[in-house]
Design a protein. Structure first.
Length: 130
């Protein structure tokens, strides 16, 4: 069995809620639901779904890098938005990052995220080619 690697970003939420930013087992990496929160706990891109989406992909990219992977290894994304009218801005931002990679993707509207300022939350799964 492959060894488990937990990747933490150092936020207080990970320890409090008992989760990791990402988990790698073998060549597979799962990245937790990620919001546009900077290292100091501030919301990035308040009121701007596109800006939040792009920032989230930067955070996901950092977690993947720490796990020995890259955004190019992403095979699936799941996007949760609070206002379906923002779907196109979010989808276009996804396309900016993944136009060549083209992972499987789901985008759904949810009634709320962890804070009112959050418009987007994204999960990602990656497989490192060996």
């Amino acid at each position: 069995m492959s060894q488990r690697q937990n990747i933490d970003s150092g936020t207080r939420w990970e320890a409090m809620a008992g989760y990791s930013r990402a988990v790698r087992i073998g060549n597979t990496i799962w990245v937790s639901g990620t919001t546009a929160t900077d290292p100091e706990g501030n919301v990035v891109g308040t009121g701007d779904a596109r800006a939040q989406t792009l920032y989230i992909f930067e955070k996901i990219g950092r977690a993947l890098h720490e796990a020995g992977a890259a955004l190019s290894d992403v095979v699936r994304t799941r996007i949760f938005i609070t206002d379906i009218r923002q779907w196109e801005a979010v989808a276009r931002a996804h396309g900016e990052v993944f136009s060549e990679i083209r992972p499987a993707n789901t985008l759904v509207q949810v009634s709320a995220l962890v804070g009112e300022e959050y418009l987007v939350e994204i999960e990602a799964d990656a497989v490192v080619q060996v």
